[in-house]
Design a protein around this ligand. Structure first.
Ligand code: GLN
Length: 481
């Protein structure tokens, strides 16, 4: 047993220990390497970096020689395998990128590196971030640390499982339709999807560029805030980023419950698992007793979010993934001529789900169907945005389930893509509207004698992450009493 209690180790605590000289960065890496070894069977990591010790020692020498530690010195992070780390392999969970090495650091990696972070390794994910269970990875499924027969969620399942099993202090994921919040909910961690445009996508392998956001998985809301503050900011390499100015509600926030997601009167909703409804109900009650006003609100177009997403997202996917042609990046299939290089490489190296979405995407963008599908979905997206704007005139935060169920079994939904897509029904609207959303663990379900965590989702207006953090902390306080 290490002398550090990993359950209570936070970023602030790490800083305190490193600053006081009570622990070295090297020792922290040792502790996490021990954890990684112990939990190999979860398949959370695709690669564990061998230079972590070297980096930690460098940091230790600098501190010993009198330099004050950096803000995140000794903080050991795991990175979803779709963010470039210079001179490291990157696969995005696909055979397509086998043999490819990153030639530069993603913006977020550079920011974290400058802040003293130690990168432990690359984590498993659904291929090109398409999926809700990690089962679409070309490198095997990751197991849920709470019950190894269940999925960790996806697409950032490796990152969520790594944090939940203390194989790192925190991790990065990306969220296009729920890929941070859903696995956070399934694994019992905090997961933040920041405001679209607050964190640069430079160096993130694109899925659907108008929706993709990078964010942290952490054990606490405080830690999520610490990481978010480091990675946010305007980056000339991502024209959608803006100078971040915090929006604060300034008063005790009013919390809205969208009746399309959860009925306050019935304390549930059709399709929402009983344990999830109970957890959300208790979360709402605890916020009420902490002095928050609770109001029913309506998002009338939310019902169309899933359909809208499954038109816009594949359209962008088909365009973004066109670059993987067997010539520029990674793998190349056997071929006799140029056309065969394209066709064979894309046919052999992309998995089923990725191919399905590319085909769907090219279809909805094709001349005959563009108006009927893509351009209509784009209009619906604006209606959904407007719904949120209307609601945020009345309330400061929206609360809902993160996912309708606790983690499902490995193999349970693989034969039925639609039922898999439904996992994201509560998370997708925030991506379409570009607003920040966070999953905070609240309560458990019991299945087959095992405890399974449940997450509660909080959503706020753009740039109002600070309000999410405040309410998230209120939930954490309520949970601990
Ligand atoms: N599960 C969703 C999908 O399959 C969301 C993925 C994501 O957020 N990257 O598209």
């Amino acid at each position: 047993m290490s002398r550090i209690d990993l359950n209570s180790l936070s970023i602030a605590k790490t800083r305190e220990l490193v600053t006081a000289g009570d622990i070295s960065c090297r020792e922290l890496v040792e502790i996490y390497h021990g954890q990684i070894k112990e939990h190999r069977d979860l398949n959370a990591y695709l690669e564990v970096f061998d230079d972590a010790y070297e980096l930690a020692e460098k940091e230790d020498i600098a501190i010993k020689s009198g330099q004050s530690p950096k803000l995140l010195s000794g903080v050991a992070l795991a990175i979803k395998d779709n963010m470039l780390i210079k001179n490291k392999k990157i696969t995005a969970g696909s055979k397509m990128l086998e043999g490819y090495t990153a030639s530069y650091d993603a913006y977020v990696i550079k920011k974290l590196r400058d802040a003293g972070v130690i990168f432990l390794g690359r984590t498993n994910m659904d291929e090109f971030a398409m999926g809700s269970s990690c089962e679409n990875s070309a490198y095997g499924v990751t197991k849920n640390p709470w019950d190894h027969s269940r999925v960790p969620g996806g697409s950032s399942g490796g990152s969520a499982a790594a944090v939940a099993s203390h194989q790192c202090l925190a991790a990065l994921g990306s969220d296009t339709g729920g890929s941070i919040r859903e696995p956070a909910s399934f694994c019992g961690t905090v997961g933040l999807k920041p405001t679209y445009g607050s964190v640069s996508r430079s160096g993130l392998i694109a899925m659907a560029s108008s929706l993709d956001v990078i964010g942290p998985f952490t054990k606490s809301v405080d830690d999520a805030e610490e990481i978010f503050k480091i990675i946010l900011g305007k980056d000339p390499k991502d024209a959608t980023t803006v100078t971040y100015i915090t929006k604060n509600s300034g008063k005790h926030p009013v919390i809205g419950v969208p009746r399309e997601f959860f009925s306050l009167k019935e304390r549930g909703k059709e399709g929402v698992d009983g344990d999830v409804a109970k957890a959300l109900s208790e979360a709402i009650d605890s916020l009420k007793s902490a002095g928050y006003e609770i109001k029913e609100v309506s998002l009338p177009n939310a019902d169309y979010a899933l359909a809208c997403y499954y038109i816009l997202m594949p359209a962008e996917v088909s365009s973004n993934l066109a670059r993987f042609d067997g010539i520029r990046y990674g793998a190349r299939a056997k071929a006799e001529n140029l056309l065969e290089i394209y066709a064979n490489t894309r046919g052999e190296k992309f998995g089923r789900e990725v191919r399905r979405r590319i085909i769907l995407g090219t279809y909805v963008l094709s001349a005959g169907y563009y108006d009927a599908y893509y351009s209509r979905a784009e209009k619906v997206r604006w209606l959904i945005r407007r719904d949120f704007e209307n609601v945020f005139r009345d309330v400061d935060v929206i609360i809902s389930p993160t996912v309708a169920t606790p983690a499902f079994k490995i193999g349970e939904k693989t034969a039925d893509p639609l039922s898999m897509y439904l996992s994201d029904i509560f998370t997708i609207p925030a991506n379409l509207a570009g607003i920040p959303a966070m999953s905070v663990p609240f309560g458990f379900a019991e299945r087959d004698g095992k405890k399974l965590p449940i997450g509660v989702q909080l959503m706020a207006p753009r740039f109002a992450e600070s309000v999410l953090f405040d309410v998230g902390r209120a939930l954490e306080r309520a949970r601990s009493v």
